[in-house]
Design a protein around this ligand. Structure first.
Ligand code: NI
Length: 210
């Protein structure tokens, strides 16, 4: 081996070493970023997905206490609203109902859920009467105001009581109207806005529900 060749090898070694070094630095800083982005969201979204969902304890329209763990292994199609809602809530629950009917047997893997953001009026009995108007497997969930506030926060649902002295109902509720699809592991998969048709929702559910 002459001097020139040895120099060549040394140079090649240096190049390889520095490329490896850069690669290692890149890998290390990437995992640091992922840890930072995922910290505090252990039970929710995977990388790059919105941080929606998490643990809850509520009361079903049957009077039974339920938690998120009771739905493990099932997809949850969740909507937050209130039974006194004149239009948005019944419309959205009807869209969910029609979409599930269109799905056929795949719908058995999906638990449709209606969570009230008006627990004061929406007792388990009130919820039982209300959910009977929609899909037979629709579950109504209510709870204490603290329980509702907690689940709404976890699902990033906005709601606010608005006084309405002109109405016999005395008040109404402002609320966001989004349908969430959560996976069998409880992780957020997809959300549907108010303009989604039953056909589009069914088409999308078919893609996600395996
Ligand atoms: Ni509503």
């Amino acid at each position: 081996m002459n001097k020139g060749t040895r120099f060549g090898f040394a140079l090649a070694f240096l190049v390889v070493a520095s490329v490896l070094g850069i690669a290692i630095v890149a890998l290390t800083s990437k995992s640091d970023t992922q840890v930072a982005e995922n910290s505090g969201t252990a039970q929710t979204a995977s990388h790059g997905k919105p941080q929606v969902g998490g643990a809850f304890e509520l009361v079903a329209h049957t009077g039974q206490t339920v938690t998120n763990a009771d739905f493990a292994g099932k997809y949850m199609l969740m909507f937050f609203g209130f039974t006194f809602c004149p239009d948005v809530c019944p419309t959205e629950l009807q869209v969910m109902t029609s979409a599930l009917e269109e799905l056929g047997p795949v719908a058995d893997k999906i638990q449709p859920i209606f969570v009230t953001i008006d627990p004061e009026r929406d007792t388990p009995d009130a919820m039982a009467q209300y959910v009977a108007h929609f899909h037979p497997s629709l579950m109504g969930l209510t709870g204490t105001s603290e329980q509702i506030s907690q689940v709404a926060k976890a699902y990033r649902v906005y709601y606010k009581r608005v006084e309405d002295p002109s109405s016999a109902a005395e008040y109404t509720m402002d609320h966001s109207a989004v349908v969430y699809l959560m996976g069998p592991d409880g992780a957020f998969l997809k959300h549907y806005g108010g303009a989604t048709s039953p056909e589009d929702m069914a088409k999308s559910l078919k893609k996600y529900v395996k």
